[in-house]
Write a protein that binds this ligand. Structure first.
Ligand code: DX5
Ligand code: ZN
Length: 220
């Protein structure tokens, strides 16, 4: 139960006009990962950033890049994000692309592979991939935008997945993404999450508050 909690700030909530500086600040403030939300205006109704932008901020920090692909198709873009310096790449099984093929392609580059599951998707979708996964990402909002309200059904999903991961005996991280704040964080940790994505909550109050926000999320 004394698992280390990692905080993965979503740069979607940062000031894009000074993205490099924001990545440096959030790293110095203690971020464990940098969460990069990639949206294609097709799989989700919003457009964000692509591999060139990820590459441009890669040398601003040594903190691992946790890249969350909300795109369809997936496969043609994997190499681009690998070359841009992604350390973890998570994909959605709800996309029409071949999930297994994409996960294997990510792993073939020695990059960690994650599966991200939407609020309406059953947690059991992970089962066929337990042997290859390094991370499971539970969406606690419908993907597309930062600043949404936490969907509480994510709690039961986290509990089921925590059980499944522990039974597998594999080291798979359990990440939760969307609407996390100081009030609900303990409930997702208690349910078994060990990586917490937080956009709005981490970047609240400007750069002088980042350290404080991250430490408060981590609980010490
Ligand atoms: C939603 C994204 C999340 C989101 C997190 O599609 O995957 O990473 O931006 O932002 P907050 O913490 O503001 O909900
Ligand atoms: Zn995300």
């Amino acid at each position: 139960m004394s698992k280390k909690i990692k905080v993965s700030p979503s740069i979607l909530a940062s000031n894009f006009s000074m993205l490099g500086e924001e990545v440096e600040h959030i790293s110095n403030a203690g971020a464990d990962y940098i969460h990069v939300d990639v949206m294609d205006g097709h799989f989700v109704p919003n457009l964000t950033i692509g591999p060139d932008v990820v590459k441009s901020i890669r040398d601003k920090t040594a903190v691992p890049f946790d890249v969350h692909l909300m795109i369809d198709p997936i496969e043609p873009y994997i190499d681009g994000f690998v070359n841009a310096g992604a350390d973890i790449i998570s994909i959605h099984p709800e996309a029409n692309d071949d999930t297994e093929k994409c996960l294997n392609k990510i792993k073939s580059h020695n990059v960690k592979a994650g599966l991200a599951i939407n609020p309406d998707t059953d947690w059991e979708v992970v089962k066929p991939y337990m042997n290859v996964l390094d991370l499971i990402l539970v969406m606690s909002v419908h993907p597309g935008f930062g600043g949404q309200k936490f969907i509480s059904s994510a709690i039961d999903k986290l509990k089921s997945l925590r059980k499944e991961i522990d039974q597998s005996g594999r080291e798979i991280e359990l990440e939760v993404d969307g609407g996390i704040n100081f009030e609900n964080i303990q409930s997702v940790i208690d349910a078994g999450a060990n990586v917490i994505v937080a956009g709005t909550t981490t970047f609240k109050g400007g750069q002088s508050e980042y350290r404080n926000n991250i430490e408060k999320l981590r609980g010490h």
